[in-house]
Structures are given as structure tokens and as C-alpha cells.
Design a protein around this ligand. Structure first.
Ligand code: NAD
Ligand code: ZN
Length: 336
């Protein structure tokens, strides 16, 4: 199916279809020079399948991991574009998770002031979240995503078939974002997650999550207000992610903990049950003071106040400006 992203002159379609990777040439315009950007953890067959359908394919493989979403890899991609003689009418295709998508998108956004970019997300997190927000970028000097741009792709292809090679923990990592979107915006989808088998309903969960993200992004493409709903679980989650450091909790695992802290008791128990069902953590031994300190660096803090998304009930969220003291008390109250 095609899910249109209506963003005026920057509109594009998201194609969600099992097996679509094998017919990408019918969906994207690939009869030109195409730089396919992937990383060493993505099964090579995916990039090769795309390459086989391009006019003039070039594959750039960088080492996997967030630590390579940096200036060095970005520069290597730009060098490759120059060396291979890419012009304004050529294009870049990302085949990978959020790391490949963010980096390929940023290279496409900046090379010759912008060439066409297509995204083929291959992790659940990138399929339901990062590939359709129009945000691209890299980490720099220890700050995540601090250099980047808003740059819409010309198309996004989501083939759930590629998830069969994704490790279970990575799948759960992406499900945390879907749970977030259902809990804040779609009580019916949340109910399905509670009642039905999740792996068996993955395509419907991807579609439901995409529709929510689409709606939010269409209302607020440049992240000025409404898009803040997507921060549910993220304010505390990011701080836990920073503090957990090398113990290496995944982003979605931290968001899972953050959602439990920010939900009111009734929705909290429902979220807890779904998290347990998909193997996401519901408890974690953490240093609350360090988490508060990490939150002080958050851009949502002004003075001793912070704006957070709370969840009075499943399907309804609230933006609240609370003191850091109140947030700390909440963390004490919700023992994880
Ligand atoms: N642009 C945005 O709006 C936005 C939103 C959320 C997250 N992000 C970014 O996304 C990144 C995280 O993305 P991610 O969770 O997809 O991580 P990732 O891209 O690092 O992928 C996770 C791992 O899975 C491997 N992999 C990818 N596809 C696979 C497949 N089909 N089978 C087996 N292995 C596969 C990768 O090689 C990697 O090792 C972060 O850098 C984050 O900042 C961006
Ligand atoms: Zn997230």
C-alpha cells in the first residue's frame, strides 16, 4: 500500500509492502547514478538487491554502530559522491537502520545543496520512526544529532520482510516506539497490542505506527509544537540512556522505562504488561540524581522547570510544565 506524506511541494509516498525490495525500480527512479549507503551489520543481500535494479549503482558500506554516525563517515560519503562524478540529477538510497538513513540523508541534503534521497529502512525502529520524520544528521563532538537538516526523502520503501534477519532485541527496540505512538494516539492499536500476538501482527503495527507519525509530522514538519507528543517517554528516557552509558541499554529500552515513569497509574500498568510481553525492560537499577543531572542538559529545561508529556489514559496525552523536583518525586514514586 502507499501512504502519502502530504507536505506540500515536499510530499512523497511511503510504500509499505512485503517483498517490495525486489521491485524497488518500479517505485523509485533508479535509472541514473545511485549511491547505496548501508552498514556492515545490514545483510549485504539487501543493498545488492537494490543495486541490481539501478542504472549505475555504487555501494558504500560503513562500519555499523552509532559511533560511526560521525563526521568521518559523512566525509567519506561526500568523497565517494565526488569521486564517482555524481551530479545534481543523481541520487542516494539508504539501506539500513536509523544510522544509515540519518547519515545518507544528510550527505544527500548537503551534496550540491541537495540531491534526491530515498530511504529503505531495515530496522523496525527506522521503519516506524526515523525514516519518515524528515530529520537527517550526524553526531558531533559527543552530541547526538547536533549537525543536520530537515530534508524530506523523495520516497520511502518499507518491506517488513527484511525484519526476519533483525535480532529480537532490535525488534523490541523498535516496538517501544510503536507502543509509544499507540499509547498516546491510538487506543484501538494499543488494545490490539494487548490482546493479540505481536510478531504475527507486525505489518498492522507498522502501518498503525506510520499513520500516527504521518499525522504528527504533517501537522508539524519542523517540530514546533505538536510533534512534542513523540517525546512521550523520551525526556527521562534520554537521560537514562546517557547515564546507562556503557552498560548499553538500547534507546527503545530507555524509552520503555521513561514511559512507565510518565504514565499515570492505570495506563502505566497496561503499558507495563505490553512491555513485558515484547521483552522490553520494566525495571532498572539507576542513579536518580545522575538522571536528573543529565536532564538538566535537556533542551526542554528552562530554569528549574521542564516540559514533559504525561499520559492520563491510553490514547490521551498532556503536555505539562513541571519542576525538576516534581519529576524527581515521580521517579521515586514509580519504582522500577
Ligand atoms: N531522523 C530521525 O527522526 C530519527 C528518529 C529516531 C532515531 N534516529 C536515529 O536512528 C538511529 C538508530 O536507528 P536504529 O535503531 O535503526 O539503529 P541502527 O541503524 O544502528 O541499526 C541497528 C543494528 O541493526 C543492524 N541492522 C539493520 N538492519 C538489519 C536487518 N534487517 N537485519 C539485521 N541487522 C540489521 C545494523 O547494522 C545495526 O547494527 C540513531 O542514530 C538515532 O539517532 C533518527
Ligand atoms: Zn525514540
Amino acid at each position: 500500500m502507499n501512504i502519502p506524506m502530504n507536505l506540500g511541494p515536499e510530499s512523497y509516498d511511503i510504500r509499505l509492502e512485503r517483498g517490495a525490495l525486489g521491485k524497488v525500480q518500479e517505485i523509485f527512479r533508479l535509472n541514473r547514478r545511485v549511491l547505496i549507503v548501508t552498514d556492515s551489520g545490514v545483510p549485504a543481500a539487501y543493498a545488492e538487491t537494490v543495486a541490481a535494479q539501478c542504472g549505475a549503482p555504487y555501494i558504500a558500506v560503513f562500519p555499523q554502530g552509532e559511533q560511526h554516525k560521525n563526521m568521518e563517515t559523512y566525509q567519506a560519503l561526500l568523497s565517494r559522491l565526488v569521486q564517482e562524478g555524481f551530479s545534481r540529477t543523481d541520487c542516494v538510497v539508504a539501506v539500513g537502520g536509523g544510522v544509515a538513513g540519518d547519515m545518507a540523508g544528510f550527505a544527500a541534503a548537503s551534496y550540491m545543496r541537495g540531491i534526491d534521497f530515498y530511504n529503505i529502512p531495515t530496522t523496525l525502529l527506522s521503519q516506524v520512526d526515523s525514516s519518515i520524520g524528515g530529520k537527517v544528521g550526524i553526531d558531533f563532538q559527543g552530541y547526538k544529532n547536533i549537525v543536520g537538516a530537515f530534508y524530506q526523502p523523495k520516497g520511502v520503501l518499507i518491506d517488513p520482510e527484511v525484519l526476519k534477519t533483525l535480532p529480537a532485541r532490535q525488534l523490541a527496540n523498535g516496538l517501544a516506539e510503536s507502543i509509544k505512538m499507540a499509547a498516546t494516539n491510538d487506543p484501538a492499536l494499543f488494545l490490539r497490542m494487548e490482546r493479540e500476538d505481536i510478531p504475527a501482527n507486525l505489518d498492522a503495527i507498522i502501518e498503525g505506527s506510520l499513520r500516527i507519525k504521518k499525522y504528527v509530522v504533517e501537522q508539524d514538519a519542523k517540530e514546533t509544537g505538536l510533534r512534542r507528543v513523540l517525546n512521550f517517554g523520551h525526556t527521562v528516557g534520554h537521560a537514562i540512556e546517557t547515564v546507562s552509558g556503557l552498560s548499553g541499554l538500547y534507546h527503545g529500552e530507555c524509552v520503555a522505562l521513561g514511559m512507565l515513569i510518565m504514565a499515570e497509574p492505570e495506563p502505566r500498568e497496561r503499558i507495563r504488561a505490553v512491555l513485558e510481553k515484547v521483552g522490553l525492560p520494566t525495571s532498572y537499577c539507576y542513579d536518580r540524581a545522575a538522571v536528573i543531572d543529565a536532564m538538566m542538559l535537556d533542551k526542554k529545561v528552562d530554569g528549574d522547570h521542564i516540559t514533559v508529556v504525561t499520559l492520563p489514559e491510553i490514547g490521551r496525552y498532556r503536555l505539562e510544565r513541571i519542576t525538576l523536583e516534581a519529576l524527581k518525586a515521580r521517579m521515586e514514586e514509580v519504582l522500577l
